[in-house]
Ligand binder design. Sequence first.
Ligand SMILES: Nc1nc2c(ncn2[C@@H]2O[C@H](COP(=O)(O)OP(=O)(O)OP(=O)(O)O)[C@@H](O)[C@H]2O)c(=O)[nH]1
Ligand SMILES: [Mg+2]
Length: 544
Amino acid sequence: MNSPNATVATGGPSAPRVTAEATRRRTFAVISHPDAGKSTLTEALVLHARVITEAGAIHGKAGRRSTVSDWMEMEKARGISITSTALQFNYSTAGQDCVINLLDTPGHADFSEDTYRVLTAVDAAVMLIDAAKGLEPQTLKLFQVCKHRGIPIITVINKWDRPGRYALELMDEIHERIGLRTTPLTWPVGIAGDFKGVMDRRKGHYIRFTRTAGGATAAPEEHIPADQAADAAGSDWETAVEESELLSMDGSDFDPETFRTGESSPVLFTSAALNFGVNQLLDVLVELAPSPGPIVDVDGVPRPVESPFSAFVFKVQAGMDSSHRDRIAYARVCSGTFERGDVLTHAGTGKPFVTKYAQSVFGQQRSTLDDAWPGDVIGLANAAVLRPGDTLYRDVPVRFPPIPSFSPEYFSVARGTDPSKHKQFRKGIEQLDQEGVVQVLRSDRRGEQAPVFAAVGPMQFEVAQHRMAAELSAPIALESLPYSVARIVDPEDAEFVNKQPSAEVLTRSDGVMLALFSTSWRLEGFQRDNPGVHLRSLIASAED
Ligand SMILES: Nc1nc2c(ncn2[C@@H]2O[C@H](COP(=O)(O)OP(=O)(O)OP(=O)(O)O)[C@@H](O)[C@H]2O)c(=O)[nH]1
Ligand SMILES: [Mg+2]
């Protein structure tokens, strides 16, 4: 099944094509504290790229109560994202044809493992800040992860249609608290709550927005030359000009070099709900966000995008379509290309992997994928062998670094409440485990019927419980256990640790034995008293 593209060897005949395809790709995540408007902005970006004709149109009700990325039932009901979503679409601007791979992430700390994993798969991040709330704790943490990984950040001050803080004050806050130098590309005309438009700081003109009913369609915009802007916007324009001059004097003009190294960040002002400023963001992403470059392998060697195909799995998700019970492994393409049906190698096992079921992903929708290029996020359907962190390659072996997993801090016993659903219970638990919705731990003492769920945050339990009932037809009851720390323990020490008060040893599905302790204080006491017992932390945390 080899095609001309499949013959890409380093420097092979298709290398220029691979370079060209990589160059027109933008792969980024939208990140922030919960509720800043990530999913709403995602929807607006897609709307502006004209993939959908009306915001909120893809899922149920127009009038935008649910967004293209929030497709899970529980997400719709609660209005929060509990899992990241990938959307691939084309966008053309100023003669450039781009392919956008956008990842909308959940903001809630309980789901941050998912968000951190997504950050291993992107080349840039759009960091949202709520105009009224400023920098919030989860945004701060995610910023640190981006900084650590060297991911360039575009900052978006969202909800400018609502009363909020002063724009200059927000810039100061970002600089003072996280040391990120802001270089606004647009500047609001009208204070927060009275969003009239933005000044394009590089070109000097005024972009005036017009509201549409319910923000359901793209907002019309007029580009008004600077010398007519005062007539159009009055004193709001003058304030914007003055503030923009202040910024320039302060050295806050865009600087490509420090943007790429993550020291400075271009800023845009938006109202995702009204679709204001969204075009500008799309254009900035195309113009300034980096295209895919070499990805460093586990030995620290960069693999050029023109190398033969390689990709790594950063997420596994099932239950996207309740009528199919399918399971999708999301992979980020690092180098080369493949055509559907090509045979790759699974680096972990050395076994062949057939890409017959490769798909391009757009939220809950999927379509057959014929080829993929560096930067693309692809879905591999029903590939039971794939786990987060797995590498796939062709011809020239490679392995990418493992992806972060967090140490669980919450533990609950799960029991089926309907004895006739024994089989569904087992299958459901296995599925949640594979996806990483929760980690599943077992012990002989507790038995198969009472596995222990381990989670980074308690909301993961709610998701597991909801999905067991709604999707997997095996309702469960959860009973929380009084543990808060886990450590890896060697099998020869397991029995000894298990006998300690306030401790218990359980086995994870990959065979690793975990010792759970009620508090870190207990754990420290145990380690002091038993220096011969070797306990290891589970890390690979965000900072690794
Ligand atoms: N007024 C106003 N409301 C907005 C804007 N953007 C989002 N919202 C509202 O803010 C709420 C949260 O928006 P989401 O897009 O779900 O926020 P999120 O960041 O995706 O939240 P999580 O996924 O849970 O982290 C919703 O009620 C949106 O309608 C905006 O620009 N202006
Ligand atoms: Mg969301």
